[in-house]
Design a protein around this ligand. Structure first.
Ligand code: NAD
Length: 256
């Protein structure tokens, strides 16, 4: 028996990275999965491989969400889970950040999460689950990613409010806060077809050996396990909470 047997779950930004691993794991645990992304070729190929459905969805658009919800209901008749995973990152000092760039990150990360809950929750089965992808930077600052950090802090606020408002329908809403995870977002070399994935992973581990108590970068498969916990009955009494998965990075600094 799978942990998600009979459940229908939408995962956004699922064409690659953490969303891909969530889609793979959820499918393996018996869920019907809707892979939603703007990367159509990759998303369609993944959906075909794992026996899921693909929908094109730009999470920052209301019309995109309307169509994704309608397509899910057409294909499976119900929605039991949503993982708001899609996100983008831009590097800039706050005072150097153009307003357009700030608004672009807000539109995808923050508005995307808001619109996802707004579109899906009314259509969701009572007792459903929502997992919002925040970040380590939702709970602390990090220079050069101020826009991103602002949106991830906002996602925690949205998560807490949604948990309160949806608890009457037993819909649980939680957030995951990954530290450094080895995906194309934090390791763009993963997108280079000529790069050796093992080698780029090792280079990232070298960087984080000094920063992270567990001495390595996280794997998207590990984040997927946390998303599974929060989507399955294993977390039946948990709602409105942020869950940090960061190898101990946020625990503090070591002086020896
Ligand atoms: P990634 O860049 O590999 O994947 C992000 C996915 O989101 C891609 O498939 C991309 O096409 C999709 N996407 C981007 N804009 C979209 C839009 N407008 N509509 C729909 N899909 C869109 O990165 P990842 O690491 O897998 O990121 C997944 C989530 O985890 C993001 O929310 C990210 O902010 C968060 N996160 C990542 C890290 C990390 O170190 N990798 C750390 C903390 C949080």
């Amino acid at each position: 028996m799978g942990k998600l047997d009979g459940r229908v779950v939408i995962v956004t930004g699922a064409a690659r990275g953490q969303g891909e691993q969530e889609a793979r794991l959820f499918r393996a645990e018996g869920a019907q999965v809707i892979v939603a992304d703007v990367l159509d070729d990759q998303g369609e190929a993944l959906a075909k491989e794992i026996g899921a459905a693909y929908v094109h969805l730009d999470v920052g658009t209301e019309e995109g969400w309307r169509q994704a919800v309608a397509a899910t209901k057409r294909a499976y008749g119900r929605i039991d889970g949503l993982v708001n995973n899609a996100g983008i990152l831009r590097f800039n000092a706050l005072v150097d950040t153009p307003l357009d760039e700030f608004m672009q990150v807000v539109q995808v990360n923050q508005v995307g999460c808001f619109l996802g809950m707004k579109a899906v929750a009314p259509e969701m089965t009572d007792g459903g689950t929502i997992v919002n992808t925040a970040s380590y930077t939702a709970l602390t600052g990090m220079a050069a990613v101020g826009t991103y950090a602002a949106t991830k802090h906002a996602i925690l606020g949205l998560t807490r409010v949604a948990a309160l408002e949806l608890a009457g329908r037993r819909i649980r809403v939680n957030a995951i806060c990954p530290g450094a995870i080895d995906t194309p977002m934090s390791n763009p070399a993963r997108l280079d077809p000529d790069a050796d994935p093992e080698e780029t992973g090792r280079a990232l581990d070298d960087l984080y050996r000094r920063l992270v108590p567990l001495g390595r970068v996280g794997r998207p498969e590990e984040v997927a396990q946390l998303a599974l916990f929060l989507t399955s009955g294993d977390s039946s009494y948990i709602t409105g909470q942020p869950f940090v998965i960061d190898g101990g990075w946020l625990a503090g600094v070591s002086i020896i």
